[in-house]
Ligand binder design. Structure first.
Ligand code: ADP
Ligand code: MG
Length: 698
C-alpha cells in the first residue's frame, strides 16, 4: 500500500490545493497520516432515543421520535420565530426556528412521524430545541448511526466551509482508500498482554465508532500508544546516556558528614529530608551519574539537603559547587552554609561577577588545587576560567532560571560528569515530572519543618485601600517588613514600570514615617542587589517590586506579601511570591488585590490560593486550569510535549503502566536490535526525527 505519511493531503478526494493549504495552515495537516491522526474531540450518540419527559436543560444533544402537533408564528420583526409543538406522547417540546420559516413549513407536515435531533434548552419551564435536524422516522435506521464524530475547526476553516461535517466527510474518503491493514507499531506480545485492538481498528473506530465500547477500546489503544512512545523515547535516551557516561562512586559516608550530623546540625531533619538524602546517597553510590530533580515547596528545607549531599561528596575526596540564579541568592547560600559549617574543616568560597582582582585569583587557585571544597556562585562558576581539581557534584538552585545549555556546560568541566542535583520550588505534579523529566530522577520533599504557621491568604478588592494600608502599618509597627509586588508583562514593560513607579510614589506618601525601597528588572544588577540588601538588613520596611523577588530571597522578618493586580499572575507565580513570607515564627499574610471584574478562571485561581498553601495541590490545580503545555518550566525542559489524545492528569495511571512496559522493553532489548521490535524502533526513529534534537538535552 502507499505510504500515508508521505502522501500529500491535497490528493485526497474532496481536498485539492486550496483546502490543502487551509488544512496545513490551520491544523498542521499535510499528509493523509496527519488527517488520520486528527481525532474528533467529542461524539454524539445517535443510536439512542430519549423521551420528552426525561429531558432536562443539562443534556448536550438528544434525539426524539414523535409528531408535530401544530405550527405557530410568534413575535415581530427580528424577534419573529416559528415554533413547532412536537410531542412523543410523554410530553411536548418546542422546536424553534429563527430563520427559514417558509422552508420549514413547506417541508415538514403535522401528524407525521419524525426523528428530531438537537440541543435542548429549558426556558421558562418549557423545553426548546432550536434549529433541530429532522428526518422522517422510517428513513433513519438508528442502529446504523452510532456515534457521530465532532472535529475542532477554526473560524477561518468554517468560513471556507470546512466545518466538522466536512472533515468527517474527508475522513470517510480516506477510510475508503485504506483497503488493507496499516502496519502495526507495537509488537504482538504487548498488544496481546494489554488487550489492545489493532492499530487499524483503533484508527477506524476513533473516527467512526459504532458504540461507546468500540470507542473506549480505540481510545485506550491510542492513548497507550502515545504515552508508550513518549516513555520509550525518554527511557531509551537515558539508556544511551548511561552507556556513554559512568558516574563517580561515592561509597563512603565519612567524617565530614558525620561530624556535621552529630555536632552542627541545628535541628532534627524532617522525615522527608531524611528520605530524600537517602535517595541521593544511594544514587551517588551506584556507579552511574546522578541527574536528579529535587522538588520541595518554598521553605521545605532544600538547602540543607543540598549541603548534606555535598558533604558526602567531600567525604569521598571530591569538590562541589552550588549555583544560584542571582548574586543575592548566592550570597545568602554562602552565608547560611558558612554558618552551618562553623568550626568544621571545610573551605567554602563565594564566586560571583562582582568578586574581582586578587580575591578572585585566590579563590580560583583554591578551586584549581582542590583546597576549596564548596564553591558557591552564580553563572560565574561556569566560566572557562574556573577549573576544578576534582568536581564531583553540582547543585543547581531554582532550575528554571538555568537553561539546559548551561547545565550542559557543567558537564564539560570533567571527563566524567559530576553528579547533578537540580532544586526547584516550582512543584510539578509527579505524573508530569515523569513525562517531562523522565531523564531525571525525582525526589520530593513533601513536608515542612515543624512549627511553621501557615500563611493566611486573603483576597481584597482594590477599592479598600484604607484598610489595607492600616493592616500594613500595624504589621510594621510590630517590627515586621512588607513586600508589595506589581506584575510585569514583557509586551508593555513601560506601562508596568509606570505602574510600579506610581505605586512606589503612593506608598512613600502613605507611609512617610517608613523607608521604602524599590526593585525592578530594568535596574542594573548591582543597583538591584543594593536595594535588596537594604531590605534584607532591615534598613527599609517596605519593598516595592516586580516579580524579580520571586526567586528564593529569604527575609524571615517579612510577614506581609501584597500582590497588586493579582489577576495578572499565574497560580504557580502567586504561590512562589507568597513563599517569600512565612519564613519566620510569626503569623504571615498574603493579600491578593484585584478589581471587581474577574473572569471565571481568575476567580478559581484566587479561590485556590485562599484555600490552600500546598504547592503540589496548587500545581495540580494549575495543570487542570491551564493544561500542561503552558506550565512554567515545561518549555525549558526541552521535551517535546504534544499529546493528542492522552491527558497527563486523567491518564496518570496508564502513564505509570506504560512506563513499566517501556522499561522492560529497554532492559530486554538494550541495543534496539530484536527483530520483533523492529517496527517499534522504526516508529520511534520516525518520531524523533520529527520532534526536537534529543542530544541537546542534558
Ligand atoms: P527552601 O526549600 O525554600 O530552599 P530553605 O532551605 O531555605 O528552604 O529552608 C527554609 C528554612 O527552614 C531555613 O531557615 C532553614 O534553616 C529551615 N529548616 C530547614 N530544615 C529544617 C528542619 N528540619 N527543621 C527546622 N528548620 C529547618
Ligand atoms: Mg531555597
Amino acid at each position: 500500500m502507499f505510504d500515508l505519511a508521505t502522501r500529500d493531503i491535497k490528493y485526497l478526494p474532496g481536498v485539492g490545493p486550496q483546502r490543502a493549504s487551509v488544512l496545513e495552515k490551520e491544523l498542521g495537516i499535510r499528509s493523509l497520516h496527519d488527517l488520520l491522526y486528527y481525532f474528533p474531540y467529542k461524539y454524539i450518540d445517535r443510536s439512542r432515543l430519549y423521551y420528552v419527559h426525561e429531558i432536562d436543560g443539562n443534556m448536550p444533544y438528544i434525539q426524539l421520535r414523535g409528531q408535530i402537533l401544530s405550527f405557530e408564528e410568534t413575535g415581530e420583526g427580528y424577534r419573529k420565530r416559528l415554533v413547532a409543538h412536537f410531542s412523543d406522547g410523554t410530553g411536548v417540546v418546542d422546536l424553534v426556528w429563527f430563520q427559514g420559516q417558509k422552508y420549514v413549513t413547506g417541508k415538514y407536515k403535522v401528524r407525521t412521524p419524525y426523528i428530531v435531533f438537537g440541543k435542548p434548552t429549558v426556558f421558562g419551564g418549557r423545553v426548546n430545541i432550536a434549529h433541530p435536524d429532522i428526518d422522517p422516522a422510517d428513513e433513519l435506521v438508528l442502529s446504523n448511526m452510532g456515534l457521530q464524530p465532532y472535529y475542532n475547526t477554526t473560524d477561518r476553516m468554517k468560513r471556507g466551509s470546512l466545518n466538522s461535517r466536512a472533515i468527517e466527510k474527508l475522513v470517510t474518503n480516506l477510510r475508503d482508500l485504506i483497503k488493507e491493514p496499516l502496519p502495526e507499531t507495537l509488537p504482538d506480545y504487548i498488544i496481546e498482554k494489554n488487550h489492545l485492538v489493532s492499530l487499524t481498528e483503533a484508527l477506524m473506530n476513533i473516527h467512526f465508532p459504532k458504540n461507546p465500547e468500540d470507542l473506549r477500546r480505540a481510545q485506550f489503544r491510542l492513548k497507550f500508544e502515545e504515552l508508550f512512545f513518549v516513555q520509550l523515547n525518554i527511557l531509551r535516551y537515558m539508556k544511551e546516556r548511561q552507556q556513554r557516561y559512568q558516574g563517580f562512586v561515592f561509597s563512603r559516608v565519612g567524617e565530614v558528614f558525620n561530624t556535621f550530623y552529630s555536632q552542627n546540625l541545628p535541628f532534627e531533619l524532617t522525615g522527608a529530608q531524611k528520605r530524600v538524602i537517602k535517595e541521593i546517597r544511594k544514587d551517588m553510590g551506584c556507579g552511574r551519574q546522578m541527574n536528579r530533580l529535587l522538588q520541595g515547596d518554598v521553605g521545605s528545607g532544600k538547602t540543607l539537603v543540598a549541603l548534606m549531599s555535598m558533604l558526602i561528596a567531600i567525604d569521598n575526596g571530591f569538590q562541589t559547587c552550588m549555583m544560584a540564579p542571582t548574586e543575592i541568592l548566592a550570597s545568602q547560600h554562602y552565608e547560611t552554609i558558612t554558618r552551618m559549617l562553623y568550626g568544621m574543616n571545610v573551605r567554602v568560597e563565594l564566586l560571583t561577577g562582582s568578586i574581582k582582582g586578587k580575591r578572585r585569583t585566590e579563590i580560583l587557585n583554591g578551586v584549581l588545587t582542590g583546597e576549596v571544597h564548596i564553591l558557591i556562585g552564580t553563572h560565574a562558576v561556569l566560566e572557562d576560567t574556573v577549573s576544578f581539581a576534582r568536581l564531583g557534584m553540582a547543585i543547581i538552585d531554582e532550575q528554571h532560571r538555568f537553561g539546559v545549555a548551561q547545565r550542559a556546560r557543567l558537564w564539560q568541566k570533567n571527563s566524567t560528569p559530576p553528579h547533578v542535583l537540580v532544586m526547584t520550588a516550582t512543584p510539578i505534579p509527579r505524573t508530569l515530572a515523569m513525562t517531562l523529566y523522565g531523564d531525571l530522577d525525582v525526589s520530593i520533599i513533601d513536608e515542612l519543618p515543624p512549627g511553621r504557621k501557615p500563611i493566611r491568604t486573603v483576597h481584597q478588592f482594590d477599592n479598600r485601600r484604607a484598610s489595607l494600608y492600616a493592616d500594613i502599618r500595624r504589621q510594621i509597627q510590630e517590627g515586621r517588613q512588607v513586600y508589595i509586588v506589581y506584575p510585569l508583562i514583557k509586551e508593555s514593560e513601560k506601562m508596568d514600570l509606570k505602574n510600579l513607579e506610581d505605586g512606589y510614589q503612593t506608598i512613600c506618601e502613605v507611609f512617610p514615617e517608613y523607608k521604602v525601597c524599590k526593585v525592578h528588572g530594568q535596574m542594573k544588577p548591582a543597583e538591584k542587589d543594593a536595594e535588596m540588601q537594604r531590605f534584607v538588613t532591615g534598613e527599609t520596611q517596605i519593598m516595592v517590586a516586580t516579580t524579580v523577588i520571586e526567586v528564593g530571597v529569604n527575609v524571615p522578618n517579612a510577614s506581609v506579601m501584597v500582590i497588586e493586580n493579582a489577576d495578572r499572575f499565574g497560580l504557580s507565580q502567586l504561590h512562589q511570591l507568597r513563599g517569600r513570607v512565612g519564613r519566620g515564627a510569626d503569623q504571615s499574610y498574603c493579600i491578593l488585590v484585584t478589581g471587581y471584574k474577574l473572569s471565571e478562571d481568575t476567580r478559581k485561581r484566587i479561590d485556590i490560593m485562599v484555600q490552600t498553601n500546598d504547592g503540589f495541590e496548587i500545581a495540580e490545580a494549575d495543570l487542570k486550569l491551564r493544561g500542561p503545555g503552558d506550565l512554567e518550566g515545561t518549555q525549558q525542559s526541552g521535551v517535546a510535549f504534544d499529546l493528542r489524545i492522552a491527558n497527563i492528569t486523567r491518564d496518570a495511571q496508564l502513564l505509570q503502566h506504560v512506563r513499566e512496559i517501556a522499561r522492560e522493553v529497554v532492559e530486554k532489548d538494550p541495543d534496539g536490535t530484536a527483530p520483533h521490535h523492529a517496527m517499534m524502533w522504526a516508529r520511534l526513529r520516525q518520531m524523533r526525527k520529527s520532534s526536537i534534537n534529543w542530544s541537546d538535552i542534558s
